[in-house]
Design a protein around this ligand. Structure first.
Ligand code: PBG
Length: 330
């Protein structure tokens, strides 16, 4: 009796490095990377964020060091978060003309004219209570918050922001911000909506970095419940209707299913945000010798792109740009 011949041999296409690269299904390059950056009010500040080793808060006069290193690495886009010296109930430092993030935009555009500057629009870094909007009792008042988000978005655009990225999760904010930007003459400023943003424990280190943990309660009345899939599609569809130009899914690593579904159901570019907790876990596990940092960072990135991300927002942007350039991934 003759033995059955093995016909299908998937291993054939894995037998050589050049061949593996040729048949690779997911391609990526440095132009798709966005680096999130914390800018703190003050002078001559460069302080390391304890829960995010290797990440720093910079005052506007010192952030050039990092922007220079990023552009040398080929990262051309930065998402700015401001940390004001004083916080109040209505987050007034978020829309002050000389607010910290406004200073950062003006300076970045002056010193690095080719850098693409994105403004995170939210109130939690600016409010004394740490919630993402205006309070009414212990609840965040959705519609009252909208007019503040409009003021913040316009003030960031006036300071030089190239794109506006609302992360507050209020209903109707994309439409409200679009109409305010248009009325102020910023018809060409795109909006990247944090559409499917989940109430996530992966944001822990960010709140440490931005000193923005809520003073009471949590964000579950405005950020999404992570058990929900169809609701993420509902949020994305609403933002498309309201005029969003790009859609974001956040966090990234544990949410690949939703990156894929949003990609398949909408026609807008999709961004995935690999958040602070993802960074902190990779750093801590690598420091303990449990995983190899470069390997897991490349794998996390490639998997987000494979899931459908067109843009990848990550604290590892500089390192990833290097890995992409030398062909380690991409
Ligand atoms: C502001 C905002 C947060 C993040 C991005 N924008 C924090 C939060 O919602 O609590 C998280 C980013 C990260 O963890 O890296 N609302």
């Amino acid at each position: 009796m003759t033995e059955r011949k093995q016909v299908a041999r998937p291993r054939r296409l894995r037998s050589n490095t050049a061949l593996r690269k040729m048949v690779r299904e997911t391609r990526m390059d440095r132009s798709s990377l966005i680096y999130p950056m914390f800018v703190v009010e003050g002078e001559n500040i460069r302080e390391e964020i304890p829960s995010m080793p290797g990440q720093f808060r910079y005052s506007p006069d010192r952030m050039g060091e990092q922007l220079e290193a990023l552009s040398n690495a080929g990262v051309s886009s930065v998402l700015f978060f401001g940390i004001p010296a004083r916080k109040d109930a209505s987050g007034s430092a978020a829309y002050a003309q000389d607010g910290v993030v406004q200073q950062a935009f003006a300076r970045a555009k002056r010193e690095f004219p080719h850098l693409y500057c994105i403004g995170d629009v939210c109130m939690c870094e600016y409010t004394s209570h740490g919630h993402c909007g205006i309070l009414c009792g212990e609840d965040v008042d959705n519609d009252k918050t909208l007019s503040y988000l409009q003021k913040i978005a316009v003030s960031q655009a006036q300071a030089g922001a190239d794109m506006i990225a609302p992360s507050d999760m209020m209903d109707g904010r994309v439409e409200a911000i679009r109409s305010a930007l248009d009325a102020a003459g910023f018809v060409h400023t795109p909006i990247m909506a944090y559409s499917a943003k989940f109430a996530s424990s992966f944001y822990g280190p960010f709140r440490d970095a931005a000193k923005s943990a809520p003073a009471f309660g949590d964000r579950k009345t405005y950020q999404m419940d992570y058990h929900n899939r169809r609701e993420a599609l509902k949020e994305a569809e609403l933002d498309v209707t309201e005029g969003a130009d790009l859609i974001m899914v956040k966090p990234a690593m544990a949410y690949g299913d939703l990156i894929r579904e949003v990609k398949d159901r909408t026609c807008l570019p999709v961004a995935a945000y690999s958040v602070s907790g993802e960074y902190a876990m990779a750093k801590a596990a690598a420091a303990a010798g449990y995983v190899e940092e470069e390997g897991v960072v490349c794998e996390m990135a490639a998997c987000a792109y494979r899931a459908g991300a067109d843009l990848y927002i990550t604290y590892y942007a500089k390192e990833l740009a290097g890995y992409m350039e030398c062909g380690r991934i991409g």
